[in-house]
Design a protein around this ligand. Structure first.
Ligand code: ZN
Ligand code: ZN
Length: 266
């Protein structure tokens, strides 16, 4: 079966004219998943079985708290606690061995991830948070239900970019006129281009670097002017595009939306 690509979603993300279309999609999917697990689905046995098993990382646990729906949170916590207590008991009785099935999944390399695998946020290069006896106690940082849902989609998002760059000259022109990517997402795209493109297709890579260079320069000018505005001589000068330079520079460097309001239940 042909893989579904996120063509419409990627085009929409580009149209949003944000600092990074991947951050834009990440935010949307993250919020959709939080709303999903704390929506009606928390009473569905199969979904709860999944969240009981996977748990949630610290970042997404905070998001769930902020989102609201106390009863939904309480149910998810209650049955996750049941599971965790069972595991602890098993471990105390020596029933859990290092590397057994309850340990966190190992992080697949990004290359295997973009070719269809799943990327986990646990770092296996340092032994993996989930490995070793008791590793499961820290494993929800690496198996988090919300992180995993996005990571599964993220591989396809990057493959969609690759496909559109290869096949749609119009898309490439739009991309070149965009604000580029945040650095971490650009790194993933670059890695995918280097491994997925033929030598002929790789000729597009310098244009992608140029896109990033131009946009990093634009951000640099914004943050410079933000500082210059504190000089009393510039008190009445125009802010130009610098007023929100701090969150946009933060996003360019590390991804995400530091200025976002808390995501809450409507
Ligand atoms: Zn990004
Ligand atoms: Zn997470």
């Amino acid at each position: 079966m042909k893989e579904k690509l996120y063509t419409i979603e990627v085009m929409d993300a580009l149209k949003a004219a944000d600092e990074c279309p991947c951050c834009y999609l990440e935010r949307k999917m993250e919020q959709d998943t939080i709303a999903f697990v704390l929506g009606a689905s928390y009473m569905e046995d199969d979904i709860r079985a999944e969240t009981d098993q996977a748990g949630f990382c610290r970042h997404h646990t905070k998001m769930m708290y902020d989102y609201g729906n106390s009863l939904g949170n309480a149910w998810i916590l209650k049955t996750r606690m049941d599971r965790v207590r069972g595991l602890l008991k098993d471990q105390a009785q020596g029933k859990i061995t290092p590397g057994s099935a309850v340990s966190a999944g190992k992080k697949a390399s990004f290359l295997s991830q973009i070719s269809g695998g799943i990327r986990h946020s646990a770092d296996s290069s340092s032994g993996g948070k989930g490995n070793g006896e008791g590793g499961w106690m820290k494993a929800s940082e690496g198996t988090c239900y919300v992180c995993r849902r996005f990571e599964e989609a993220y591989g396809r998002i990057i493959r969609t970019f690759i496909y559109l760059i290869q096949k749609e000259p119009e898309f490439l022109e739009k991309l070149k006129a965009s604000k580029g990517f945040c650095l971490p997402h650009f790194a993933d795209l670059l890695e995918a281009c280097q491994s997925g493109f033929s030598p002929e297709e790789q000729k597009v890579i310098p244009a992608l670097y140029q896109l990033m260079e131009e946009n990093l320069e634009r951000i640099q000018e914004d943050i410079n002017w933000f500082i210059d505005k504190f000089d009393y001589r510039n008190k009445d000068a125009d802010w130009k595009t610098s007023q929100d330079a701090i969150p946009r520079t933060m996003q360019k460097l590390v991804g995400g939306y530091p200025a976002d309001p808390v995501f809450r239940q409507k």
